[in-house]
Design a protein around this ligand. Sequence first.
Ligand code: ATP
Length: 240
Amino acid sequence: MLGVTGLSVSYGLHRALDDVSLAVAPGEIVVILGANGAGKSTLLRAIAGICEGQATGSVSLGGTDLLARTSDRIVEAGVAFVPEGRGIFGDLTVWENLTLGAYSERGRARRAENLARVFDLFPKLAERKRQTARTMSGGEQQMVAIGRAMMANPDILMLDEPSLGLSPLLCKELFQTLSHIRGTGMGVLLVEQNARQSLAIADRGYLLENGEITGEAEAEAMLNDPAVQAAYLGGAAAAT
Ligand code: ATP
């Protein structure tokens, strides 16, 4: 279980997150919805240990405190992060990118098993393993980014706007893939602009406004909440 309690992050005088608490259980997809600048990326980056701001509060995984840890020790503890823009190495091949994902001790220990799992999830990556990552399509690069994170053998997978720039068909495939990943028992913490599709596959959601959690509900209840529909789903009419 990933637990965030009373997490606040400031960039100088600007408080980007204020007293945020949330939880992600194994085998659960949790989505964070929020407007631009609400603090969504700050939240994921703070959990991953790569936030430039000053963080206070508590982030823990299975009782291990993560907030004081460096980013590589957070990966070692079991949290992997797919940042916005994917962050893959464009000049390296698919295979090399995936191999780099297994640099942690916990990833190395189960490299062959995880590689089989990634290729099972994304058969295209197996076909294209010698291709240079930057020559792949946006959707394929997103597969590389998710595959690389899975090579760290995480308990919790965090993704920042993974559907950004993908066609409607690829978005659909991406969300189906996240459902499959949940099926392996991994917890998924997702930040998404695509509220409708992400809530459709999620178990629970949180609303983040101006750095504060203003709502938490089962995903289905959120999809049917008029206030959520108005703010994030393009109004009630679009929800039908
Ligand atoms: P978006 O959906 O637009 O990416 P977001 O919800 O992910 O937005 P953040 O990127 O977390 O929001 O930003 C939250 C606030 O913190 C914003 O006001 C932003 O300008 C500020 N901020 C983010 N990163 C930094 C930084 N490195 N230095 C200073 N301020 C920052």
